[in-house]
Design a protein around this ligand. Sequence first.
Ligand SMILES: Nc1nc2c(c(=O)[nH]1)N[C@H]1C(S)=C(S)[C@@H](COP(=O)(O)O)O[C@H]1N2
Ligand SMILES: [Mo]
Length: 205
Amino acid sequence: MGLSLFGRSSEPQVGERLPDGRPRLPPGQRLVESWPVLHYGGIPRIDRSTWEFRIFGLVPEERTLSWEAFMALPQTALRTDIHCVTTWSRYDNDWEGVAFREILRLANPLPEAKHVIFHSYGGYTTNLPIAELDRDDVMLAHSHDGQPLTAEHGGPLRGMIPHLYFWKSAKWIRGIEFVAEDRPGFWEMYGYHMHGDPWTEERYG
Ligand SMILES: Nc1nc2c(c(=O)[nH]1)N[C@H]1C(S)=C(S)[C@@H](COP(=O)(O)O)O[C@H]1N2
Ligand SMILES: [Mo]
């Protein structure tokens, strides 16, 4: 019998609440068991031996991390739910990677930096306020459910921002740019919301 409160179950878990009282399943979402693959364009094939992650923009000193340097950063693990704007949600994803706050410490952005743009191999971008990333449940993830991220799901490295719609969690990331003014990323330019809170259904506009 699947009675575990936050375990994966085939039963609809519509009544569950988050600790702060919000429903675990945001409005207009339905639960899926599989993990859909969604992206615009092709899947970039990236070799970890040539992979680089660049920290740039409003920082005192730009940095470029190799895969080895990235993996030498303190590692963390988190279990989170995914909410895609196309209305599927997937519970209990186990991620491993580097906490975003570790990246913030490393970047040490200038006081005028208020937003970031994630840049992906293949050209995708997405924008977020730094304030939305400076939380202990945001990370850059290289593994999912105990396995290295597959290329289709954003490997070697993707963003993982569980409290916003999943388009903000860029796959195949290659850099983070610190900026003063918010500016729309790829989907935001096509009408997706600049912020993207699933609980207030900030889907489009
Ligand atoms: N680089 C890149 N990242 C991306 C996208 C994309 O098109 N390109 N799509 C976003 C969207 S809309 C979603 S729902 C998730 C899907 O991630 P998944 O394929 O691992 O489920 O990736 C997000 N990150
Ligand atoms: Mo999406």
